[in-house]
Design a protein around this ligand. Sequence first.
Ligand code: PMP
Length: 464
Amino acid sequence: MRQITNHMPTAELQALDAAHHMHPFTQNDGLAQKGARIITRAEGVTLTDSEGRQIIDGMAGLWCVNIGYGRKELVDAAARQMTELPFYNTFFQTSHVPAIALAARIAELAPGDLNHFFFAGSGSEANDTNIRMVRHYWALKGKPEKSVIISRKNAYHGSSMGSGSLGGMSAMHAQGGLPIPDIVHIGQPHWYLEGGDMTPEEFGLMRARELEAKIEELGADRVAAFIGEPIQGAGGVIVPPSTYWPEIQRICDKYGILLIADEVITGFGRTGNWFGSQTMGIRPHIMTVAKGLSSGYAPIGGSIVCDEVAATIAQDEFNHGYTYSGHPVCAAVALENLRIIEEEGIIEHVRDVAHPYLAEKWHALNDHPLVGETKLVGLMGSLALTPEKGSRKPFAAEAGTAGYITRERCFANDVVMRHVYDRMVIAPPLVITPAQIDVFIERVTKALDESYAQIKAEGLLKAG
Ligand code: PMP
C-alpha cells in the first residue's frame, strides 16, 4: 500500500485530493484547479498547514472545537474505551456505561425537565430523529394529522433529506428533491438585511407573528412543532431582535405546539451559558445537540427530550435509530469533554473574560469603512460588509463577492473567518485568551484593510 503522509509535498497531496476526494458544499472542479489547503496539525486555537503556516482558527473547525485542539485527555478517553469496549449497540435491550453516563450527565446539564437523550452521530441525524419523534408523539396522542413542522428561511439544520428540508437554504432545496412534505418555512429575524424602516424590535415581533399567521392558516390541528436555532449560525450568525424569542415562545405555548431549539452550534458554552436557549430565554421541549458535545473530537449528537414527550414516545416501539446511536467511544470522549468544560470553568471564561475582551475589539471594527454592523453573543459573532456605510444596502455585485474576497484575504493573513454571502462569521475555540484575541483582531483588521482596497480597486464598492 502506498504511504500518504504529512511529509509529502503539498502539490502531491492536492493532486491526490482532487483525484479522489469529493468535498462537501464545494464545486470540486474549481477546487481541483486551485488546490485544497491541507491542514496537518493543530494545538489550542492554532492550525498548521502543509506549508508550515500557523493559522488562528476563528471558526473552531466547523463551530465545534470548543475546548481547543490537542487535548490529550480526550485521546486517552478514546483509547481506554476502545480497549475496553470499542462498540456495542443500544438497540436490542442492551446498554453500556458510556451511554448511560453521558445521557445522565446531559440530563443534569440541560435546563428544566429535559431529562432524556436519544443518541445520534451528528446534528443532521438528530434533526431527522426530531422529525420522526414529534410526528410520532402527536400520532400517539391520537392526532396523527398534526405533522407539519414550521421552520425558517435561511435556517440550517443539516444536510440529510429530513434535516435539509427543515433548513431553509434555497440553494440546498434546489438540489435533490427537498423539502420533504409537511415542512414549511416562515421569514427569518434578519433585521439588517430585511428590516426595512422598522426598528429591530418591531421587526422581531413582525417576524415572530409570521409563526402565528402560519399556524392560523394551516390550523393548529395540523402543526406539530416549530424549530429554530436560538441564534442562526450557518445563515450568518443572525442574532434575533430582543422581541423575537419571547413572542415565539408565547405563540408555541398558546397553540400547544412543540418547540425544538437546534443547539448544534449554540450548545456547550458557545453563547456563555451551557445552552443558547438559556441565553435567549427559551423553554424548548427538545434540543438538538452535536458539535461542541465532543468538541468535534468524535462524531456524536442527539436530541435532548423533555419528560412529557419522552414518556409518550416510551409507550410504543419507536422504530428509529442508528448503528452508532450511543457509540461508546464517542460517548466516552464527550463525557471527558464535558468534564473539562466544567472543571476548567470554560463557560465562565467565555462569559467573564473572552467575550468582554473580544466584544470591545470586535465592535470597534464598526469604525472600519467596509463594516456595516457587528454582532457578538458569547463567542459567536458576525459582521456585515457594506458598500455604503450607514445605509444597510447590499452590494450591487452578486451576493457573496465581497465576502469571498474578504475570506481569501483572511487566509492570506493566517486567520480563518468564514463568509456567508457578504457577512463574515466567527466562532473561535472557547479557550481563546486575550493575547490570542489581540493577534486574531490584528489579522482580521489587516484582512479587512486589504479586501477594502481590493473591492475598491475592482470597482465593487457600489450599493445595489
Ligand atoms: N444544526 C445546526 C444549527 C448546525 O449548525 C448544523 C451544522 N452546521 C447542523 C444542524 C448539522 O449538523 P451536522 O453537520 O453534524 O450534521
